[in-house]
Write a protein that binds this ligand. Structure first.
Ligand code: HEM
Length: 333
């Protein structure tokens, strides 16, 4: 089956919004030097971004649910509207989205609440963690069981922490009137965090990829899913090379003004590649049916109470069971 390009384009800004608010929220709370005045300045510099991204999440998520419904029933968006209540009550993915949409509204509201700055970051972090959990619970990982869902969730958390730390550093250094001392201290914290996140992202990404494709190399090379994954890993490798240069060459010399400038420029480029390249490919991957290695174990490995128990024609339950709603439509070929 072909990748769902339209859905991927729709979901990409949503993934960007949730991951970025999560990551920059964590950055504001844990990555910056801990004086009260400085952390308030960081939260003030990031708040406009949080508001814009939360608004994007609120606006887009109903359309994603509508598109899912239209795909399941194989009808147009217009014809899918009356089916929405049934999808939201009778299908696993609909129930997840029933929780997802109010959480995006709360996210937007909490960016405007007049609350102490660190409290705002805590609320945003909590809500985006919940949204990432919902995302994992509606992903391909549910076809493989709780362990895969947990690993998928950790993959998203690590990706968010990495991206958020880079972007947070860049935004506050460029637009938050940060002192030179702040940039120096924060750059080395971000560099350490990034190294751990890269390790976790690679390990968890590898595991989720293995669960989707298995070991045979032809599944990686010949399927759409495998090729998109290869593209994602190549772009990841480019960011990794840039990050390694920053960590081992620029960060140790961050006290020099020229090096600091080069470091911030690279951090901006890394953030941009992650947002526009890696997350776009992640979104496309999440909307491309994997070539499951069907073992007959599929039914027992998947999460029965999260799935609607409909089988595909080839007797597997995979995506078919999570997505179909009585039209007989099956997204797994
Ligand atoms: C070795 C590198 C990586 C590998 C092997 C990898 C692999 C994967 C796989 C297999 C999925 C599951 C797609 C699905 O079937 O639903 C996934 C999802 C995802 N990955 Fe990665 N990944 C890697 C690096 C990254 C990086 C660097 C980021 C971002 C900083 C990232 C962000 C994400 C996100 C956000 C999702 C969830 C997408 C969604 O639910 O819409 N990954 N990744």
């Amino acid at each position: 089956m072909q990748p769902l390009y339209g859905r991927a384009v729709l979901e990409w800004p949503l993934v960007v919004a949730v991951i970025t608010v999560f990551g920059t929220g964590a950055f504001a709370l844990f990555c910056t030097p801990s004086s009260e005045a400085q952390s308030e300045a960081v939260v003030s510099a990031l708040s406009p971004l949080w508001r814009g991204l939360a608004a994007v999440a609120v606006l887009i998520s109903p359309f994603v649910l509508l598109d899912l419904t239209a795909e399941m029933a194989a009808v147009s968006w217009w014809a899918a509207i009356p089916l929405l209540p049934k999808v939201m009550t009778d299908t696993h993915v609909g129930r997840v989205w029933t929780g997802f949409m109010p959480a995006t509204v709360l996210l937007l509201a909490s960016t405007f609440l007049p609350q102490r700055h660190s409290c705002r970051a805590i609320v945003l972090l909590t809500l985006t963690t919940l949204l990432l959990l919902f995302d994992a619970l509606s992903s391909h990982a549910t076809d493989k069981g709780w362990t895969t869902v947990a690993v998928y969730f950790v993959h998203e958390i690590a990706a968010g922490l990495w991206l958020g730390a880079l972007l947070g550093l860049w935004i506050v250094a460029r637009h938050g009137q940060a002192s030179i001392r702040w940039v120096e201290d924060t750059a080395s914290r971000v560099s350490q965090l990034a190294a751990w996140c890269v390790l976790v992202v690679a390990l968890t990404g590898g595991y989720v990829a293995y669960e989707a494709l298995g070991l045979p190399i032809d599944r990686l090379l010949l399927s759409d899913y495998g090729r998109i994954l290869i593209a994602k890993v190549i772009v990841f490798g480019i960011v990794l090379a840039l990050g390694a240069y920053n960590r081992y060459w620029l960060v140790p010399q961050v006290r020099s003004a020229l090096t600091r400038e080069a470091l911030l420029r690279n951090v901006g480029v890394e953030s941009l590649i992650l947002l526009a390249g890696v997350l776009a490919l992640a979104s496309l991957l999440a909307n491309t049916p994997p070539v499951h290695h069907h073992t007959g174990q599929e039914l027992s490995d998947s999460i029965p109470n999260l799935l609607d128990t409909r089988r595909c024609e080839d007797n597997t339950i995979a995506r078919c069971s999570t997505l179909s709603i009585g039209s007989g439509f099956c997204s797994e070929s």
